[in-house]
Design a protein around this ligand. Structure first.
Ligand SMILES: NC(=O)c1ccc[n+]([C@@H]2O[C@H](COP(=O)([O-])OP(=O)(O)OC[C@H]3O[C@@H](n4cnc5c(N)ncnc54)[C@H](OP(=O)(O)O)[C@@H]3O)[C@@H](O)[C@H]2O)c1
Length: 272
């Protein structure tokens, strides 16, 4: 619980599943929370917990030193933020709406032109994880503003600042999700393959999960090959990787479950 000396005035715009979880974490942290949602009824539970409901998004923005946006997408952000430039001047805005890096940079340029301190964020959690030990949130943009409000932002989960480039948090966020979906694609393909032997995807899941978890320790070894390729000596030769992927691709073909997946990996993974 934050004591009144450190309590901040924070507004949350957007009370979907995620915005509601963020507002609850702020209330639990002892902050003065103003909320606004397009569908006002979604604010009722938060008001019962102590939040103040603003009549308009601009009113909510004017009520706080720290404004948190968590709406559907970039157009929804722009719809509310651009007409409120006067209310936002001199304030800090943290946009936790998922956007592309270029959308974040464009919003960053708008913020600089309007004297708003913008921090863009990417939430690496589902709403039920907010405030818990496994949640973390990526931030980028206005560095001094991030330092100023870091303690508030830590209420959502570990706060990880990834650079002054407004697009950095979105890029890291989407890079991590790209890794996740690549892994899911491998599981989908593998599940189909083992079923042709009488096995099940459920059994494969119990075997693949701990193996992949152990393999994530290899990321740190492969990173120099991306960060400093000129001086990198691959752990595996390109031939070894090509041979392994070729064998896996052949097994997929033999099982009649062939997809393009392993051919794509072969092109994406030279010597690692
Ligand atoms: N849920 C997750 O697990 C998760 C994880 C990471 C990041 N995020 C990101 O967090 C953001 C919100 O996600 P969510 O899960 O809270 O989604 P959600 O439950 O579908 O809520 C969407 C919110 O956006 C509002 N909205 C949509 N269009 C709007 C507009 N034009 N003007 C004003 N408000 C508008 C909705 O208002 P109404 O109530 O009036 O419809 C609602 O408050 C998204 O960008 C999402 O990618 C979510």
């Amino acid at each position: 619980m934050t004591n009144s000396a450190t309590a901040q005035r924070v507004s949350v715009i957007g009370l979907g599943a995620m915005g509601t979880a963020l507002a609850q974490a702020l209330l639990a942290g002892g902050h003065q929370v103003t909320v606004w949602n397009r569908t006002a009824a979604r604010a009722e539970a938060l008001v019962a917990e102590g939040a103040v409901l603003a009549a308009t998004s601009a009113e909510a923005m004017a009520a706080a030193d720290l404004v948190i946006l968590c709406v559907l997408d970039d157009p929804a952000v722009r719809e509310h933020i651009e007409p409120a430039a006067a209310q936002l001047r001199g304030r800090t805005v943290v946009n936790l709406t998922t956007t592309t890096p270029e959308q974040a940079r464009s919003l960053g340029a708008w913020a600089l032109a309007n004297e708003v301190d913008l921090i863009d964020g990417g939430i690496m959690a589902v709403p039920s994880m907010i405030g818990g030990p496994a949640a973390f949130v990526l931030y980028s943009g206005a560095t001094a503003a991030f330092d100023r409000f870091r303690a508030v932002l830590e209420l959502f989960g570990r706060a990880e600042f990834v650079g002054a480039d407004f697009g950095a948090a979105a890029m890291y966020d989407l890079a991590i999700l790209g890794g996740m979906y690549s892994m899911f694609a491998g599981f989908q393909q593998g599940g189909k393959m083992v079923r042709t032997t009488g096995g099940t995807a459920a059994h494969l899941a119990t075997l693949m999960a701990p193996f992949l978890q152990a393999m994530t320790t290899m990321f740190a070894q492969y990173a120099p090959g991306i960060d400093d390729p000129d001086n990198y000596v691959p752990e595996q030769s390109a031939e070894f990787t090509a041979s392994a992927l070729g064998t896996i691709d052949k097994a997929a073909a033999e099982s009649g479950t062939h997809t393009e997946l392993f051919g794509v990996l072969l092109r994406a993974l030279p010597g690692i």
